[in-house]
Design a protein around this ligand. Structure first.
Ligand code: MOS
Length: 755
């Protein structure tokens, strides 16, 4: 029966209430532990196609008569176009169409950040389009950009009103504290740098607009494009079969899609608009920098009595305020908490979601401050975290659904214990140490998401759902789920995804929500088919339906009989068995989150400030694990990206002009394979008993959350120095070492002074 419910929908900490229709879920959760296919390592079902170059990405789409686009982007952080003449560009060789500020919404003549789109050219070749850019005659009035944080605060240049949160009475909390730490932390802007840059190919088929795009959200792009062109939603078809990464920056249509669609409308030709790597590094979003002022108070036994936190988020022109205060609000039991978050609007490119936006930044500050507190209290940092564990969301008393964080702590114990032998490796200028940090993040997903399953006469199944696989391996996970429910080997299941014209609605691939949102719908659809098979087999063999089950490609009867599935389906000839499934609701009155802890081992050269991360141990609780192999890869990817965030990556802006200085990959320092440490990972793999028919949560984001703090805490363990600013460059490392040395001398002076 279809049921209408009001549900709380969460994506990356942004909550909305909405009505959804959910189907009554007939399925009980599977028993715990590895099953036939689910819970066992599966290589990617599309791995060979990707490796052989057969997988078609948006980058590979070449349509007959396709035109190429170059976009004139503002070279200034803030300016006004005094005069623009597109005519000479129109007359350039190969050019088919030119549009300017008056022709399309995202094109502007008053740019507020470098790279904002002004005009666009469609030509027969990429080179011709680029060459025609020079022919556009343009006169600028360059304006003073707003780049300074203090000035922005004085001018109240907020993207939203500052966000305030308070529980208890913080001042009372500090009065109860026996130890207080106070520190300022900074995090930098980092770039997503997906291998496939942002791009779309648009083509009009009659009155339908077909959009091939590299996206994390087919249906979101459909809605945006339909809105922009005043089209009925189903007159926009969005296709993304294979995708070369997004990490949060490909959640919306982007100017390139609207530009391609408009140029295609005007020329009646397919049009490609693709960001090159420089445009990618300027215009495609980034993790916003933060300045964090934290004050923590605790009793001598480690009980946190107060957390007071202020976060300044430098969002650029636009963007949205990510949940930077989330960890301070939710990670630990603490009666008195006050947070204040500002989102500052500056003349810089707008931020976009980036793998656990807010929580990555907020966890760095909080988990570093917590270790400074542990040092002050002379308490074991792991024990301090245990003592402040909470089994309910301290913001609203809602119990957490499955939460195995204490088990994560237990499994991390022997890795934390390694600190004694690791420290003993210190020799000469190289100091070794170990640090930990806890992770909390969303990842429970939610409705609506739907799937269909089609079983053919030859006993092969096809899953149809208009989701996207952004490179995380969800195609494989969906195949495993359907195979498990149908009792089929995985190679008899095909997953068709990536096209809004094929299959029903599925969720955004963001907020670690794909598997927990679409997975239960796939299982429900496969369950619908399985039920029909049992009904048909019962009639065919004159057996009781309740005795029948599916496994190993067979229909089995509890009293001994077993028939290959094809014996049932083969009767149907070209007939098919069709199943449909919907994602059920989240548990009412509970908070669904993911948890984990990481242990970092580092070596620091105290003379040069060089830092080497030698080993990371990661243990995460995401409920039931669908594919342990995919999960392990996801952890490794998150940690490697976090190492770049911790040590080397930084988008730099010219402080005067606001221009991006790091536009290429030789200026912007991504980690290389030489920077990758030994990574040891574990997953708890206990289904969340309250969460849908799967008990699974997402893992796209959790592994990147605690790494930077674990590394910084390991650096403190090794050297006694408090690094407080990301990336931890040699400069920052040496600054922290000097500060530690001065502190040590000051203490010595005090101790040496006559009483
Ligand atoms: Mo979000 S950063 O796309 O998961």
């Amino acid at each position: 029966m279809a049921r209408l419910i009001k549900t709380e929908k969460e994506v990356e900490g942004r909550y909305t209430e909405q009505w959804v229709v959910v189907e009554e879920d007939a399925l009980e959760q599977w028993p715990e532990g590895p099953l036939q296919t689910v819970g066992r390592p599966a290589t990617r079902v599309d791995g060979l196609a990707r490796a052989r170059g057969e997988a078609r990405y948006t980058q590979d789409i070449r349509l007959p008569g396709m035109l190429h686009t170059a976009v004139l982007r503002s070279p200034h952080a803030r300016a006004r176009v005094k005069q623009i003449d597109l005519t000479p560009a129109r007359e350039t060789v190969g050019v088919r169409e030119v549009i300017g500020p008056d022709d399309l919404e995202p094109l502007t003549d008053e740019p507020n950040y470098e790279g904002q789109a002004i005009a666009a050219i469609a030509a027969d070749t990429n080179e011709q389009a680029r060459a025609a850019l020079d022919a556009i005659s343009i006169e600028w009035e360059v304006l003073e950009p707003l780049l300074d944080v203090d000035q922005a605060l004085r001018q109240e240049s907020y993207v939203d009103d500052p966000k305030r949160y308070e529980r208890g009475d913080v001042e009372r909390g500090f009065a109860e504290a026996e130890a207080v730490v106070e520190a300022e932390y900074r995090t930098q802007s980092v770039l997503h740098n997906a291998l496939e840059t942002h791009q779309s190919v648009c083509e009009w088929e009659g009155d339908t607009l077909v959009v091939y795009t590299s996206t994390q959200f087919l249906w979101g792009v459909r809605d945006e494009v339909a809105d922009a062109f005043g089209l009925p939603k189903d007159k926009v078809r969005v296709i993304c079969r294979f995708m070369g990464g997004g990490f949060g920056a490909k959640g919306s249509a982007g100017d390139y899609t609207l530009i391609a669609a408009e140029l295609a409308r005007r020329t009646r030709r397919p049009v490609r608009c693709r960001l090159d790597r420089r445009e990618e590094n300027v215009n495609s979003g980034h993790r916003n920098p933060t300045i964090q002022k934290l004050r923590l108070g605790a009793r001598a036994d480690g009980t946190l009595t107060a957390i007071d936190a202020e976060y300044m988020c430098l969002l650029g022109w636009g963007g949205w305020l990510p949940p930077t205060a989330g960890p301070a609000q939710m990670l630990y039991a603490c009666d008195h908490v006050r947070t204040l978050e500002y989102g500052l609007r500056l003349n810089a490119p707008p931020m976009d979601a980036f793998r656990a936006p807010g929580f990555v930044e907020g966890t760095f500050g909080l988990e570093c401050a917590l270790d400074e507190l542990a040092a002050k209290l002379d308490l074991d940092p792991l024990e301090l975290r245990r003592r402040n564990h909470t089994d309910h969301d301290p913001m609203d008393e809602r119990p957490f659904s499955g939460k195995e964080l204490m088990e994560c702590y237990r499994l991390a114990e022997p890795h934390w214990e390694r600190r004694h032998e690791v420290r003993a490796r210190s020799e000469g200028p190289w100091k070794h140490g170990v640090g930990i940090a806890t992770q909390l993040w969303y990842g429970g997903g939610g409705p609506p998401s739907y799937a269909w399953v089609r079983l053919s006469g030859d006993g092969t199944a096809t899953v149809l759902t208009a989701m996207q696989d952004i490179g995380t391996g969800t195609r494989t996970a969906m195949a495993q789920i359907a195979a498990e429910e149908l009792g089929l080997p995985i190679d008899r299941v095909t997953v068709e995804l990536g096209d809004t014209a094929h299959g029903p609605y599925a969720t955004v691939s963001g907020g670690s929500s794909t598997t927990p949102s679409v997975g239960p719908a796939v299982r429900a659809a496969a369950g619908d088919v399985a039920r029909q098979i049992r009904e048909i087999a019962a009639q065919r063999f004159d057996l009781e339906e309740r005795l029948l089950s599916l496994s190993g490609g067979n229909v089995n009867s509890a009293d001994g009989g077993s028939w290959p599935l094809e014996e049932i389906t083969g009767m149907l000839g070209d007939g098919q068995i069709l199943g449909k499934g919907a994602r059920g609701p989240n548990p009412a009155g509970m908070r669904v989150m993911t948890y984990g802890i990481q242990v970092a081992e580092v070596a620091v050269d105290v003379e040069t400030g060089e830092i080497v991360v030698e080993r990371i141990y990661a243990v995460h609780d995401i409920g039931r694990v669908i594919n342990p192999l995919g999960a392990e890869s996801q952890i490794e990817g998150g940690i490697i990206q976090a190492i770049g965030h911790s040590l080397s990556e930084q988008r730099l802006l010219d402080p005067k002009t606001g221009k991006v200085l790091t536009q290429t990959l030789d200026a912007y320092k991504l980690p290389t394979i030489a920077d990758v440490p030994e990574i040891v990972s574990e997953l708890i793999d206990v289904p969340d008993a309250h969460l849908t028919n799967l008990g699974s949560k997402g893992l796209g984001e959790p592994p990147i959350v605690p790494t930077a703090a674990a590394i910084a805490n390991a650096i403190r363990d090794a050297t006694g120095a408090d690094v407080r600013s990301l990336p931890i460059t040699r400069e920052e490392m040496l600054r922290a070492l000097r500060e530690a040395e001065e502190r040590r001398r000051a203490t010595e002076r005090v101790e040496a002074a006559p009483a």
